[in-house]
Every structure is written in structure tokens, then in C-alpha cells.
Design a protein around this ligand. Structure first.
Ligand code: CAA
Length: 297
């Protein structure tokens, strides 16, 4: 049903300083789209090396945007001028909105929300999580301000895909939801859909069983990886096949999402197949490690 125009206008200028926690695939993309929208962005990564790699990831994506004619060179410079990467979480203290995009691990995220609650000074700052599958309520409960904690779930590649899932917990206030939706719609220019606080929300609840089925199909020797992917690209006009998409998401992340969904629903539909587990144990994580179901070296 969307946010009433009057509410959107009211909240549009409310969020100027954004913090992003984590500068992996998702965090870098979120930081990039916020910087491209002219917002002041501080991104946190654990340690100097990861912070440097995160900035390189943002720069590479902006360069790709320029090469593809989506971004003027001057706007690339402007966007880079809006982003600062830090290894000190305390530098997020003055933010209006923090989007947590750390690794998909409940313990890590709960600890981060407790820490952000201590650090972020503005009382009505929004504390958002990009989690794909963990309960927003658990993250809210780790803070003294669960009314301002909300799921804001982007899709990879963030600069390319126009969807964001908005996920309020049982305690998230309607004002928080309206501010988050206004921001995503009017500042970032992305389309919002709403979902309840259950593992997988809308998109992953449909996508993950499909990806796991493709992995089981490969595991059983039913068809080759190439043929499974070609089948869905040419047979259903998907932009990429399920095994290529699993490689894009990252097999460790996919496993974490599947495990969280399995924990929530206790349905074998979501159980990660042994082949996926073995590949993660082997460090074959997909694109980011150079090899997954396909070879990227
Ligand atoms: N900035 C802006 N635009 C960019 C860009 C960038 N950094 N990089 C690429 N683009 C644009 C390109 O210009 C191109 O646009 P046009 O079609 O208008 O020319 C478009 O994005 C596609 O880019 P490419 O042609 O370079 O790449 P491709 O054709 O190989 O497509 C892909 C790559 C975008 C990844 C495409 O295959 C795709 O959309 N795949 C599906 C991805 C998907 O399903 N993601 C969801 C994953 S699930 C998730 O994220 C949630 C979760 O919780 C796990």
C-alpha cells in the first residue's frame, strides 16, 4: 500500500548520516547506493585490512557502473567523497541510520546490536539489519530501543536490484517502519515490499528451497551443473541459473540462511544438503573464493 506521500515528504530529510556495519558483498553495495544518493556514509569493518578490501569493493563497483554507462565519472568521484571506511565502531556514534550487514551469524549480530545501542547517540536513530533470515525481534531485544529496530533487506548486487524487504518485529513502531520505507523509496529510489518477521521473509522463502533443490539435483547425479543452470536460463528466462546464483550469494551465506530457516520452520525443505556443507568446509564459497559450483579463476 506504500507510505502516504505526506509522511514520505516529512521523513525524507530525516536521515542524512548513514552507518553501515560490514563491507562484504552486501555492506559494500548498501554503502555504495547510500553514497550515490548523496548521503554521508561511514562503513565499519573489522580491522584495517578488511576495511581496505571493503573500500576497494565499493570502488570496483562504482567503476563498473561508469563502464556500463550507469554513472558519470564526476558522480563516481562524488560518491567516493561521501564514503569513509573505519575499523572503529565508535565512529558510528553520530549516525541517523545504521544498517548492519555483518556476517549472517546470530551471535555476531546480537552482540553488534547491543554495541550499537550503547554507541549511537541520537535517541530516535534507526537501527536496521540486512539479515536475510534471522529474527529481527532477537536483534531488537538486544537493545533498549526495540521500537527503532527493523529489517531492511537488500538484494545482491545492491546497485542493480531494485527491491528492499521491510521487516518490522513485533515491537517495531509504525513510525520506524514509515521512516524506513520513506527512506528506501524516496531517498534510495528502491521498491519496498513488506514481510513478517519469519525466517526468509518473502524472497528467500521462495528462493532458498529452489536453490537447495538444484544442489540436490546435482548431488544425486541427475544433471550436470552446466545443464541445470542452462535449463533455468533458457527454459525459464532467469538471468542466471540456480547454481550460478548460489555462487553469487556465497555458499557460506546460503548455508547460514538455510540453517536459520530450518531452525525456524523445522521443515526438511530448508535443510542444507551435504554437498553444500562439504563445499563450505572445503572453502569453495563461490565467486568470492574463486570457485564454487563453477570456476571463476
Ligand atoms: N552499478 C550500476 N549498474 C550496474 C552495475 C553497477 N555496479 N553493475 C552492473 N550494472 C548494470 C548493468 O549496466 C546492466 O544494466 P543494463 O541491463 O541496463 O545494461 C545490468 O546491471 C546487468 O549487468 P551486466 O550486464 O554487467 O551483468 P550480467 O548481465 O552478467 O548480470 C547480474 C549480472 C546483475 C548479477 C544478473 O545476472 C542478475 O540479476 N542475476 C540475478 C541476481 C539475483 O537473483 N540476486 C538475488 C540474490 S538473493 C539475495 O541477494 C538475497 C539474499 O538474502 C541471499
Amino acid at each position: 500500500t506504500g507510505v502516504p506521500a505526506s509522511d514520505a515528504a516529512e521523513h525524507e530529510g530525516d536521515i542524512r548520516r548513514v552507518g553501515v556495519v560490514g563491507c562484504g558483498l552486501m555492506g559494500a553495495g548498501i554503502a555504495e547506493v547510500c553514497a550515490r544518493a548523496g548521503l554521508d556514509v561511514v562503513v565499519h569493518e573489522v580491522g584495517e585490512e578488511a576495511a581496505g578490501a571493503g573500500l576497494a569493493r565499493i570502488t570496483a563497483s562504482l567503476d563498473r557502473g561508469v563502464r556500463r554507462g550507469k554513472l558519470a565519472a564526476v558522480d563516481r568521484e562524488a560518491a567516493l567523497g561521501h564514503v569513509r571506511v573505519t575499523s572503529d565502531l565508535a565512529e558510528l556514534s553520530d549516525r541517523d541510520l545504521v544498517v548492519e550487514a555483518a556476517t549472517e551469524d546470530e551471535g555476531v549480530k546480537v552482540e553488534l546490536f547491543a554495541e550499537l545501542d550503547r554507541i549511537v547517540e541520537r535517541e530516535d536513530a534507526l537501527l536496521a539489519s540486512n539479515t536475510s533470515s534471522l529474527p529481527i525481534m532477537k536483534l531488537g531485544a538486544a537493545t533498549r530501543r526495540p521500537r527503532q529496530v527493523i529489517g531492511v533487506h537488500f538484494f545482491n548486487p545492491v546497485p542493480v536490484l531494485d527491491l528492499v524487504e521491510i521487516v518490522p518485529s513485533l515491537l517495531t513502531s509504525p513510525e520506524t517502519q514509515a521512516r524506513a520505507e520513506g527512506f528506501v523509496t524516496h531517498v534510495l529510489g528502491k521498491k519496498v515490499i513488506r514481510a513478517q518477521d519469519r525466517a526468509g521473509f518473502v524472497v528467500n522463502a521462495l528462493l532458498v528451497p529452489y536453490l537447495l533443490s538444484a544442489i540436490r539435483m546435482l548431488e544425486s547425479g541427475f544433471a550436470s551443473a552446466e545443464d541445470i543452470d542452462t535449463g533455468m536460463v533458457l527454459g525459464c528466462a532467469h538471468p542466471m541459473g540456480p547454481l550460478s546464483l548460489a555462487d553469487l550469494i556465497g555458499l557460506d551465506t546460503l548455508t547460514a540462511i538455510a540453517e536459520a530457516m530450518y531452525a525456524d520452520f523445522k521443515d526438511p525443505l530448508y535443510a542444507p544438503p551435504p554437498l553444500l556443507l562439504r563445499m563450505v568446509e572445503a572453502g569453495l564459497l563461490g565467486r568470492k573464493s574463486g570457485r564454487g559450483f563453477h570456476d571463476f579463476s
